[in-house]
Design a protein around this ligand. Structure first.
Ligand code: BDR
Ligand code: CA
Length: 315
């Protein structure tokens, strides 16, 4: 499976990259960076160094959006540390590679033209680059084999948001982009929201073997600590919530998720900024807000055990 990863590394983004590298099913053909967990300058440096750590610095890295389509960027130092990777950025190996000169959106369109109907796009940061690529070339949506997004929240198991009571971070960071991505006619769009990713909370004890797996495992273990600490304060138990790796896993084991079809919208502005809604009942067929919006698959639930095992085997 040829993969393009759009990402804002990001502790859980780093682990998603680790999963991609470990699985023979995937061939990562390109990576684009976006603001989100940290500035795009920082997430780009993190991506380059993580690729070097994982011995694949030949994968081209394209710099994407520094801010959302509207409004200004906000970062998440309280979750991912000031450097976006839990304080380990300076310890990651320097990459001999530099970012490519072609900007992310253009590079994504070019990759879709190079691999028509073969490229699987996985976006695990704010969806700004994907929306910009669609603005450049709306044909992208039908040209890629699939698009998988980590983001949004639909309220299953009480998961309605993680940055506000009604918004998940990637959707909240750029709801305008999210809404444009949801409006596109993808060959297949699958959204993996908090409803599914919050089910994959890997207890720290199960991650301890990482410490014995050489420099890569030790650095990942170190990066996880503040991230797990944040969730421990929030949830009362120290665990790795594997948001982005769960989205990657949806390409490998879609059968362990429960999917619901329907058009999706993202709200911009006000109290509900970044909130996502799916009209799965077809309640608003004549409402101009919903007319012509294509149906997409949303993962409302996920089986934790097979997903945790997949991650633990990869890392
Ligand atoms: C998403 O937001 C980011 O902080 C994580 O990397 C993940 O992509 C979870 O809401
Ligand atoms: Ca992310």
């Amino acid at each position: 499976m040829r993969l393009w990863l759009d990402t804002d590394p990001g502790v859980d983004d780093a682990l998603a990259l680790g999963l991609i590298r470990a699985r023979p099913e995937f061939e990562l053909v390109g990576l684009s960076t976006v603001f989100g967990n940290a500035s795009v300058a920082q997430t780009t440096q993190n991506a380059l160094r993580l690729l070097q750590l994982l011995r694949c610095s030949d994968i081209p890295v394209h710099i994407g959006a520094a801010q959302p389509l509207r409004g200004s960027a906000r970062y998440a130092p309280e979750v991912h540390g000031g450097d976006g990777v839990g304080g380990i950025a300076a310890q990651l190996p320097l990459s001999p590679a530099a970012p490519q000169t072609l900007p992310a959106a253009e590079a994504l369109v070019a990759a879709s033209l190079r691999y028509p109907r073969e490229l699987h796009l996985v976006a695990v940061g704010p969806f700004t680059n994907v929306a910009q690529a669609l603005r450049l070339d709306p044909g992208l949506a039908e040209r890629v084999a699939s698009c998988t997004l980590m983001g949004a929240a639909f309220g299953s198991h009480g998961f309605t948001g993680n940055v506000t009571p009604c918004a998940e971070a990637n959707a909240h960071n750029d709801p305008c982009a999210a809404d444009e991505v949801f409006a596109a006619r993808w060959t297949r769009l699958q959204v993996v929201p908090l409803d599914a990713t919050q089910r994959v909370c890997i207890p720290l004890e199960r991650l301890m073997p990482l410490r014995d797996r050489g420099p890569v495992g030790q650095l990942l273990w170190q990066a996880i600590q503040p991230y797990a600490g944040y969730y421990a304060t929030r949830d009362g138990h120290a665990a790795l919530v594997a948001h982005d790796a769960t989205a990657v896993a949806a390409l490998l084991m879609p059968e362990v998720f429960s999917w619901r079809q329907g058009p999706i919208r993202a709200v911009e502005g006000g109290l509900a900024h970044g909130m996502t809604v799916q009209d799965w009942q077809g309640l608003a067929p004549n409402d101009p807000a919903w007319v012509g919006r294509p149906a997409h698959a949303v993962a409302l639930d996920a089986q934790p055990e097979p997903l945790m095992n997949l991650c633990l085997q990869a890392w």
